[in-house]
Every structure is written in C-alpha cells, then in structure tokens.
Design a protein around this ligand. Structure first.
Ligand code: ADP
Ligand code: MG
Length: 240
C-alpha cells in the first residue's frame, strides 16, 4: 500500500530522513517508535507530501505521490491523518465537521453526507454529541471526532502522529480503543505513539527510528523482548 525507496530529506544542514526503505502492505498496522527528533513525524508527513522529499520515491497503492495540483489533492484524500492537536473547525458542529470534506472534496450530497457522518460518529461512540461544538467536548471526544472526520473520506491509509499525547490520562484509552477497532477492521495504519500497551496489542510491526534512520523493523514481540540495537535497548530502558 505504501512504498518508500531511498527516501532522503534535509532541513538545511540537518539530514532528517536517511535512505528510508519501507514497504507497508494493505491492512498492516505499523507502530513507529523512537526518541524525540528522530524523524517520525517528518516521515509521516512525507507520505502525503506535507513535506517534500529531496531524493527517493514514495508510492501509495502503486501511484507515485504527485508533486502538486489536483492529483496531490486526490492522493491526500486517500491518506487520513490525525495529529496530536485535534484541529476541528471550532465554528462548526461535530456533525458538520465530519460532513464537510466529503461534500466539498467528493461532491457527496448533503443528505448522504449527513447519514454517513452519523454512522461514523456512531462508530467512534460519539453520535450523541453530534450537534455540539468542539469546545463543548472533552479532548478524548474531540480526537474521536477527528478520527471520524478522517474516515469520512474513505482513506486507504490512516496516519496517526501521537494522537493521544495531548490528552489527559483518563481519556487516552477511549481514543486508543477506537484505533484498536480500526486496526481489527483491517485499516492500513501507521501510528506514532508512546503508548506501549497499544503497540503490543495492535501492532503487526514495529519500526524503530533514531537519527533519521530505521534502526529496527520487526514484530512487537521481538522488539519488546529482544531488541537488537543499543539505541532500541536504551529507548526501551527509558520508557518501560
Ligand atoms: P520526531 O517526530 O521523531 O520527534 P521530527 O520528524 O519532528 O521528529 O523532527 C526530526 C528533526 O527535524 C528534529 O531535529 C526537528 O527539530 C527537525 N525539524 C522538524 N521539522 C522541521 C522544520 N520544519 N524545519 C527545520 N527542522 C525541522
Ligand atoms: Mg513527532
């Protein structure tokens, strides 16, 4: 589903992505771990070209990520992204937040968009809040709306960049539960997170990054019980 070959990126003198090689098949759930500043967010952002790359190639479902224009817009709608900050439209209701993109980008009519939005809100357990405004919801609820909003575009892939890092601890699980369900339903996912419980439970594969390189690429069991590199051992020693 996602293929990265020889991907390199610099910010000025800083070499943030170094010869990244990554093939992610359809339905795989990849958890990306690594110390702060290792390039995890940048890697995610190159996939929908929120960050252009200097060298290498990225394809999604066999199609090279376009540089610009309508082709890029189309590709972006295939790649859902959920960040630490929820970024909901504050002057729109929860329901409107979920209805908007399918109507604007996909030209879906209002009645269908509404029906669909309710179904998605139901799926993330929050349809009872459909007519509220984002500020009236808790952080965990807002993040679930953000996930529903991404799903409304029928993405082929979902990227999650530390989706629970800004949440109060008691709200983390309600968001992770939605993600676990998505994973079970077969969504192709890349998840950057510090939630090791989620990684153990939901990941098919762990990618460990340090200094812009993929240092380990293995299954969760192997990663957590027998990491190979000193960097990974050091990382696990600090967080577990
Ligand atoms: P991570 O998500 O693993 O914490 P990032 O991908 O955010 O790492 O950042 C990787 C490195 O790139 C860091 O050293 C960070 O400071 C730097 N960086 C990230 N974004 C920018 C930017 N827009 N301009 C310059 N440097 C950046
Ligand atoms: Mg990051």
């Amino acid at each position: 589903m996602i293929s990265m070959t020889g991907v390199n990126k610099h910010y000025g003198d800083l070499h943030v992505l170094k010869d990244i090689e990554l093939e992610i098949p359809t339905g795989q759930v990849v958890v990306m771990l690594g110390p702060s500043g290792s390039g995890k967010s940048t890697l995610c952002r190159t996939i929908n070209r929120l960050e252009p790359i200097d060298r290498g190639a990225i394809t999604i479902d066999g199609v090279p990520v376009p540089a610009e224009g309508r082709a890029l817009a189309r590709l972006r709608s295939d790649v859902g992204m959920v960040f630490q900050s929820f970024n909901l439209f504050s002057h729109k209701t929860v329901l409107e937040n979920v209805m908007l993109a399918p109507m604007k980008v996909r030209g879906i009519d209002k009645v269908k968009a509404k029906e669909r939005a309710h179904a998605l809100l139901e799926r993330v357990g929050i349809d009872s809040q459909a007519d509220k405004y984002p500020a009236q919801l808790s952080g965990g609820q807002q993040q679930r709306v953000a996930i529903a909003r991404s799903l409304a575009m029928d993405p082929k892939v979902m990227l999650f960049d530390e989706p629970t890092s800004a949440l109060d601890p008691e709200m983390v699980n309600e968001v992770l539960d939605v993600m676990v369900n998505l994973a079970k339903e077969g969504m192709t996912m890349i998840v950057v997170t510090h939630e090791m419980g989620f990684a153990r439970k939901a990941a098919d594969r762990i990618i460990f990054m340090a200094d812009g390189s993929i240092i380990e690429d293995t299954d969760p069991d192997t990663f957590f019980t027998a990491p190979e590199s000193d960097r990974a051992k050091d990382f696990l020693g600090k967080i577990l």
